[in-house]
Design a protein around this ligand. Structure first.
Ligand code: AP5
Length: 215
């Protein structure tokens, strides 16, 4: 099973993808997480990506597709992938189709998580992330047990560089201009596209996703 999760920054893609990956035994492929790993490790790719990332702009398609190809090849026996935050451009969507064709796998569904901008700004202003294990919290809706400390690994939590209000505004504009049009692209294919209200409790959104997703 292969799925794409679309949604504006902060719509809850990562939160929902993680739960779905566990439930269905899929690999969650988040290009944002791959970029953060590369930046943390200081690789050449990470250094190249950083200036785009910090400004809330899209990292060039060639860099993203190279990373995705490598990750898919490294998980060749996976039951399937949940693509979280990828693709973000038509070039990336075409690249993904070619990668799936190469391994004879279909794209089973596309899900669009819908949350309005006001709620997104609120969520991202309250998001805390673990720089060590990648766990994600929220001061309002999902606080850690001990303030500022990761429940999983005990590392002090941080705010993401790109969650500053001015960068969030830019990321929202980039989503609207460059990524949202891809929904129309998929609506013209045979792959089902589901629109889901993401402005509900995490469990409610997850239940609806499980009802919609094949398997
Ligand atoms: P990326 O890391 O993909 O960020 P994003 O798409 O902006 O999405 P986020 O990770 O901010 O949010 P999310 O939807 O996963 O929400 P989450 O579950 O964390 O990309 C970052 C950057 O990398 C881009 O700007 C770009 O520069 C680059 N990049 C990445 N992929 C790229 C690509 N393919 N091409 C080019 N460039 C690329 O939830 C957010 C918060 O809300 C959390 O605190 C969470 O606890 C809370 N929350 C979640 N669900 C709920 C709920 N239902 N109710 C209340 N709170 C909730």
């Amino acid at each position: 099973m292969n799925l794409i999760l679309f949604g504006a920054p902060g719509a809850g893609k990562g939160t929902q993808a993680e739960l779905l990956a566990r439930r269905y035994g899929l690999v969650r492929l988040s290009t944002g997480d791959l970029l953060r790993d590369a930046m943390r490790e200081g690789t050449e790719l990470g250094r190249e990506a950083k200036r785009y990332y910090d400004a809330g702009e899209l990292v060039p398609d060639g860099v993203i597709l190279g990373m995705v190809r490598e990750t898919m090849q490294g998980a060749a026996d996976a039951a399937g992938f949940i693509f979280d935050g990828f693709p973000r451009t038509v070039t990336q969507a075409e690249g993904l189709q070619a990668l799936l064709d190469d391994v004879g796998q279909p794209l089973d569904a596309v899900v669009v998580l819908e949350v309005d901008d006001e709620e997104i700004v609120r969520r991202l202003g309250a998001r805390l992330s673990c720089p060590q294990c990648g766990a994600v919290y929220n001061r309002d809706s999902n606080p850690p047990k001990e303030e500022g400390i990761c429940d999983r690994c005990g590392t002090p939590l941080t705010q993401r560089e790109d969650d500053r209000p001015e960068t969030v505004r830019r990321r929202l504009a980039v989503y609207r201009d460059q990524t949202a049009p891809l929904i129309g692209f998929y609506e013209q294919t045979d792959t089902p596209v589901h629109h889901v209200n993401g402005d509900r409790a995490v469990d409610e959104v997850q239940s609806e996703l499980r009802r919609l997703i094949p398997g």
